[in-house]
Design a protein. Structure first.
Length: 400
């Protein structure tokens, strides 16, 4: 029973790290004097949009059309598609849209991270302030580039836009995903940026040219975005949220389609945590606040799995009555305050609040499924391959 108490206490401690980090961030914001404002760039930043694409003929046209519609000086934008080991019309579609297309044929060396590294080796002579990586199954808002450029100078840092859900109204799964995206990108990451700690990177990440020139592309794990976030944090590079720059991805609308995503994200994140926790702690370039927040982000299981773990842990404490069971239950409950506050705030701002609230009636069942998916993902920890999420064209895309 003592071992059970220790285990539950350790779990509660890990789950409380994001809350502790947010409290530190609030304290930092309260004591910080006005941040030094850099002068605006004399002209708009030069942006290279890199679109890794593996058999993406279904969704690539919509992605490229959104990039062509940007309200931004066209001479300051370049769009390059990587047709990576494609067996469909991806390359033809890219060229027909007016984008430069790099065709990569490396069946024994597959994967988006390696495709990006290869493309960057081909683009060394390009003159740009920042590289923006846009997945082929995403769309950007018309002012996406303008909001990124407003954070200039861009060369020495990384930026993360608001990563939203393009099919939010499809069903309960996609509505919950949209609410949680707002909780992260619209609230939690904004707090981090104001406090001077790093935000995790994902679709639409913008990486400064000097960062790439100095450090190169060295993220090759299952979750290259989490690995890059850990590497940049270790090296003292700032990663900031730009909530006004919005990019939207199609969320998996069924549990079957969602399974491969969840397995990859869970296994990839755990792999990054195992490989980078100690280097982050030992880093001489990261501040204490960034170290704490980095460990909190890398160890956080996500709000749904967090809820499920707390429910299972509380049930164990109540049924088995280990030493300090009451204190453990209280501490576990406290870890839910932060995700609850962010979720409620995101719900309050949802454009279809009633439907979003009704979607959360599905939460208990989904939490059980997510716990199971997380458990099965443990076997993928490392650099093992995964099955890509199936692509689908939405009704509004068929009409275009």
């Amino acid at each position: 029973m003592i071992l059970l108490s220790i285990t539950l206490g350790l779990l509660a401690t890990i789950l409380s790290l994001p809350t502790v980090s947010d409290l530190v961030s609030l304290f930092r914001i309260a004591i910080r004097r006005g941040a030094r404002t850099l002068p605006p760039a004399p002209c708009p930043s030069r942006l290279l949009f890199l679109v890794p694409a593996h058999d993406e003929e279904l969704l690539l046209p919509t992605c490229l059309e959104s990039l062509k519609r940007l309200r931004y000086p066209p001479e300051r934008v370049e769009i390059v598609v990587i047709a990576d080991n494609c067996r469909d019309r991806t390359a033809d579609i890219a060229r027909a849209a007016g984008a430069q297309c790099l065709v990569r044929t490396a069946p024994n060396d597959p994967g988006k991270p390696r495709a990006i590294a290869w493309a960057l080796s081909q683009l060394r002579e390009h003159d740009y302030d920042a590289l923006v990586i846009v997945d082929a199954d995403t769309e950007v808002d018309r002012d996406f580039a303008a909001h990124l450029a407003a954070a200039a100078p861009l060369a020495d840092k990384a930026l993360q836009p608001f990563n939203g859900v393009s099919n939010r109204a499809e069903n309960a799964l996609t509505r919950m995903a949209a609410v949680l995206a707002t909780a992260n990108h619209g609230l939690a990451y904004v707090l981090k940026t104001h406090a001077g700690v790093n935000v995790p990177l994902s679709a639409g990440m913008c990486i400064g040219s000097n960062v790439l020139a100095t450090h190169g592309w060295t993220a090759y794990s299952l979750c290259e975005d989490w690995e890059l976030y850990a590497l940049l944090t270790e090296r003292g590079i700032s990663t900031e949220a730009v909530p006004g720059a919005r990019i939207h991805a199609q969320e998996a609308a069924t549990l079957k389609a969602s399974a491969s995503q969840r397995h990859r994200w869970t296994a990839g994140k755990l792999t990054v945590l195992a490989q980078h926790a100690w280097p982050l702690i030992r880093s001489r370039h990261a501040t204490v606040a960034r170290k704490l927040d980095g460990l909190a982000e890398l160890s956080a299981p996500g709000p749904i799995v967090h809820l499920g773990l707390v429910a299972l842990a509380m049930a164990s404490a109540i049924l088995l009555h280990p030493p300090a069971a009451g204190w453990l239950v209280a501490l576990l409950l406290l870890t839910l305050v932060r995700p609850a506050v962010y979720t409620l705030a995101a719900l309050a701002s949802d454009p279809d609040r009633g439907s979003a609230l009704r979607a959360f009636a599905f939460l208990p069942f989904y939490a059980v499924w997510r716990i199971g998916a997380a458990a099965t993902a443990l076997g993928m920890v490392g650099r093992k391959p995964w099955i890509r999420t199936a692509r689908a064209i939405r009704p509004e895309q068929r009409e275009q």
